[in-house]
Design a protein around this ligand. Structure first.
Ligand SMILES: Nc1nc2c(ncn2[C@@H]2O[C@H](COP(=O)(O)OP(=O)(O)OP(=O)(O)O)[C@@H](O)[C@H]2O)c(=O)[nH]1
Ligand SMILES: [Mg+2]
Ligand SMILES: [Zn+2]
Length: 289
């Protein structure tokens, strides 16, 4: 048996990269029954059959698994938002970050299309995130900010995630010159992307490490964290833990809450606290049904 990594999966066929080269593979009958069982990023054991086609026999234990985007075994998530066309969606951004935290994956935030945004928009985005996560400002067309981004990617398995049209594939083409990924136009009417990238694919980088390109999307899976653990997914809350009046404080409407106080005077950014409250309510509502 040969060990490899799934780098692509389309229509029941999988590309598996091994030390001996790339194999085109089918899943064993068992996997084929459920399309979703094999994920790009999975480490697998394959066997070559008489015709030269590989058969995936076994999935090795996963370090983590994301349903949206559908990837396994990632080390770092690069959440890309554009500052304009389309406008940044901080609610979706915070959902990505919560899911990454939940899976104990490093986060980097990339704000792209700085050429289309006002300095105020940039300053605002910076004021929310720069103290919490590595935050880079990018122009995929000119390459501005890319040196800084590349440094953060070296030797890791990185997934690029974010809504359609924010420039994920364009950025990846700049990072790894020979990729030639297809990139799309932005709808003039809605300023949204047109879902150009259709599948997840994993690519090697010349300077070490790998990058996954993923299709953009607008909706988001429901959060799979509990009411109790949600607060742990906001790293900037941590230094206030233990300072609320109630030990079981959820920082929503309890009196003498250190998190609420911090949000009130800007030590925690209002946008982040708002996201926390929204997500908390969503989790509660989900529980009710
Ligand atoms: N002005 C400007 N346009 C950009 C920039 N980055 C990307 N674009 C344009 O934005 C459009 C969408 O880029 P894509 O790379 O296809 O976006 P994507 O995030 O991969 O989108 P999906 O594959 O649909 O998820 C293309 O027309 C790009 O040329 C940028 O920094 N500035
Ligand atoms: Mg794309
Ligand atoms: Zn509290």
């Amino acid at each position: 048996m040969i060990k490899g990594t799934i780098t692509k999966g389309i229509g029941g066929f999988y590309e598996v990269k091994t030390k001996q080269g790339v194999y085109s593979c089918k899943g064993r009958g068992l996997f084929r029954k459920d399309q979703n069982i094999l994920f790009v990023g999975d480490e697998v054991l394959i066997e070559e059959n008489e015709t030269g086609l590989g058969v995936i026999n076994e999935i090795l234990p996963r370090k983590n698994l994301f349903i949206r985007p559908p990837v396994a075994n990632i080390e770092q998530m690069i959440v890309i938002m554009s500052l304009a066309k389309p406008e940044p969606n901080y609610v979706i951004l915070d959902k990505f970050l919560v899911m990454a935290e939940k899976n104990q994956v490093n986060c980097v935030i990339g704000f792209n299309k700085i050429d289309l945004a006002s300095p105020e928009m940039r300053t605002y985005a910076e004021s929310i995130y720069a103290n919490i996560y590595p935050t880079v400002f990018l122009n995929a067309k000119t390459g501005e900010g890319l040196v800084e981004l590349k440094k953060l990617l070296i030797d890791k398995k990185n997934v690029f995630a974010g809504p359609s049209g924010v420039g994920k594939s364009t950025l990846m083409n700049k990072i790894q010159e020979n990729l030639a990924l297809e990139t799309g136009k932005i709808s003039l009417k809605t300023s949204r992307g047109k879902h150009t990238t259709r599948h997840v694919e994993l690519y090697d980088m010349d300077f070490g490490g790998m990058i996954f390109d993923t299709p953009g999307f607008t909706s988001f899976e429901v959060l799979t964290v509990s009411e109790e653990e949600l607060q742990l997914m906001y790293p900037e809350f941590a230094k206030y833990f233990g300072r609320c009046r109630f030990k079981s404080c959820r920082h929503i409407n309890e009196p003498d809450c250190a998190i609420k106080d911090a949000a009130a005077d800007g030590r925690i950014h209002a946008s982040r606290y708002q996201s926390y409250m929204n997500q908390y309510t969503e989790i509660q509502e989900k529980k009710r049904y």
